[in-house]
Write a protein of this length. Structure first.
Length: 613
């Protein structure tokens, strides 16, 4: 481990390992296979990069993300690591040069997509490398892609077991941030990792504040959230449909924010341009479908907002995990409404998947709906879903900071369920609500539903209140949506005891949107020094902005994202500590020898120029 610590200190500029990094690296250095589950931002890449440097040969990194390989390689080259990638974006001459470097042993790491890795040509090339230069290890990133039940399934991943057959002495590490027990078992089976050392870190992301609100006027709620909390920050807004993505992106631009759209219906060049702008410019908001995001290394995404309900807790955790990768405070905010529930249930019912897969997807959606409607700590529920005990509420989610009120809703639910039954279980929410409110409507008269005993019995609640009641009844499984009946509501078996008055029902009362969060994260470790905007002294603000300006200038000159030069956390450390010599600059977190040599004097000059008078 002595060499590992040497690389950690001199290359990466860190004093010690975090989480299970040390044990994972030690296993790989001893030639053992590893399965590592670590939260996004937990330092997964160090777990294979340092062993690739410390072991003989080149480290082969299998990544499904062609569009991000260049930025990953740029970041390694900034550290003085000899890295390259092979993918379809390179021209023939560039591919030949990388292959020559590979065979000459002048590369420390090579990134390659699974499709290319599995080609006969690439495997033959690796055979030659293995015989001459040596292969230090295989790192299989985003390993949850192997699971056919997962939300990022890539069939090529299931063929990666060829690596253990073809290169039996080379250690492999499979890494992921999102995997429930079933997915972990599938990763082990498909990649033949039965003998691997398994490291499961905490799934907790204590720097992320979770908040879920009802989706009435979601667009205005989104703007209130962004303006109150992130008026200049980079973020991601997820929407379910392509049309909604385009609409929200254009609307945010009208509000004078830089917002870009991203979805699978756009041409590849535009998607690539938007992704590069998001990574390389500051303060950009990406509005996207789930086609965007896996593997995004941008550390300073300060918020992830959902305007549509994710299909599963795994998807929600993966998507929200793109916020705050640098460990600084971040927000995961979601507005979810009745139509989200109906739309996802309809999509699942109309799916051509097998009955077994439909059952699994149904179970995952039920868990997601449970997270949305719960009144207890959301972080506890997230962690428990992944099999991790959370002994006490987190103090850093909306339910902890502003405990929701619950109200006794048995009578209201009975009225709602009775009205669904008496109107024939073939109408949607809006129609049933109109009957409950006693609306004077031609359709209601036509069907003679103005003569029903449930006509007009719900006037004590407004239309939005009734929609919230129906949303919760559907989410909690008392009502289902009949897809063949054009979205008509139907009673479930679960509703019968409630209708008969044999059980009580408590629903959550809707709350006003949260105001800007001022309090510190209660789960933060007291022994861990933190450098963030909330703790930055007022006299250091000008220095912080000057350091960011220099970083942006250098990034533009080199055509790389600003965070590749230094993370925000590193600049905040500089602004707080104000190093006066290069030796003192060496002690700043994230300043390794290569970056000290390249940028140390330039940043030191900025610090010196901004000393208090």
């Amino acid at each position: 481990m002595q060499r590992a610590y040497h690389f950690l200190n001199t290359v990466y500029g860190y004093n010690d390992f975090r989480l299970n990094q040390r044990d994972i690296i030690e296993s790989l250095l001893q030639g053992r296979d590893v399965l590592a589950l670590m939260p996004t931002g937990g330092g997964k890449s160090l777990c294979y990069q340092i062993p690739a440097l410390a072991r003989d040969g080149v480290g082969i990194v299998v990544s499904p993300l062609i569009a991000l390989m260049q930025d990953q390689v740029d970041a390694l080259q900034q550290l003085g690591i000899r890295a390259a990638y092979l993918n379809s974006t390179l021209d023939f001459a560039s591919v030949q040069q990388v292959e020559r470097d590979l065979l000459a042993g002048t590369l420390d790491m090579l990134y390659v997509a699974p499709e290319r890795l599995l080609s006969d040509k690439m495997l033959s090339l690796l055979d030659r490398v293995h015989e001459t230069v040596g292969v230090a290890l295989f790192a299989i990133d985003e390993a949850h892609c192997v699971s056919q039940w997962g939300h990022d399934f890539r069939p090529e991943y299931q063929q990666l077991s060829v690596l253990v057959e073809r290169y039996p002495g080379v250690p492999r590490i499979a890494l992921t941030a999102t995997a429930d027990l079933r997915t972990r078992e599938e990763i082990i089976q498909q990649l033949r990792l039965q003998q691997a050392d398994v490291f499961v870190n905490s799934f907790d992301r204590p720097n992320i504040h979770y908040a879920i609100t009802q989706g009435q006027n979601a667009r205005q709620q989104l703007w209130h959230f962004i303006e109150a909390n992130h008026p200049q920050d980079a973020g991601i807004v997820y929407c379910l449909s392509r049309n909604k993505v385009e609409d929200i992106a254009a609307w945010l631009c009208d509000q004078e924010r830089v917002a870009l759209a991203y979805h699978a219906g756009m041409d590849a060049a535009t998607r690539r341009d938007h992704q590069q702008r998001f990574l390389r410019e500051e303060g950009v908001i990406m509005v996207a479908t789930i086609a965007f995001g896996m593997g995004i290394d941008k550390p300073d995404v300060r918020f992830v907002a959902h305007l549509s309900l994710p299909k599963s807790i795994e998807a929600y955790y993966q998507e929200t995990g793109r916020a705050g990768r640098d460990g600084l405070p971040a927000n995961a905010w979601m507005a979810y409404g009745l139509q989200d529930v109906i739309s996802l249930r309809q999509m699942m019912a109309q799916s051509t998947a097998s009955e077994q897969q439909k059952r699994i997807e149904h179970h995952k959606l039920e868990a997601m709906l449970g997270l949305c409607e719960m009144t207890a700590c959301r972080r506890q529920a997230l962690l428990e879903y992944f099999g991790e005990a959370a002994p006490e509420p987190c103090g850093n989610c909306d339910n902890c900071q502003h405990p929701p009120e619950a109200w006794e809703a048995s009578l209201a639910a009975q009225k709602a369920l009775s009205c669904v039954y008496r109107t024939g279980q073939r109408f949607g929410v809006n129609y049933v609500v109109d009957v409950l409110l006693g609306k004077d409507d031609s359709r209601i008269s036509q069907f003679r539903h103005d003569l029903l005993t449930t006509y007009g019995i719900g006037k004590e609640y407004s239309s939005p209140e009734w929609r919230n009641i129906f949303r919760q009844l559907i989410a909690l499984g008392y009502l289902s949506v009949d897809v063949d009946g054009h979205g008509g509501l139907r009673l479930t078996d679960k509703s019968r005891p409630l209708l008969r008055g044999e059980q009580e029902l408590h629903l959550r009362k809707e709350q006003k949107p949260e105001k800007r969060r001022k309090e510190r994260n209660r789960t933060e470790r007291a022994d861990k020094p933190r450098f963030d905007r909330e703790t930055l002294p007022a006299e250091a603000e000008a220095l912080w902005e000057a350091l960011r300006t220099l970083r942006l200038q250098l990034a533009r000159e080199q055509g790389v994202p600003p965070y590749v030069i230094f993370h925000d956390s590193t600049l905040l450390h500089m602004a707080t500590e104000r190093p006066s010599t290069l030796e003192a600059m060496r002690g700043i977190t994230g300043v390794g020898e290569s970056k000290l040599e390249k940028y140390g004097q330039a940043f030191l000059d900025v610090v010196t120029a901004n000393l208090p008078t």
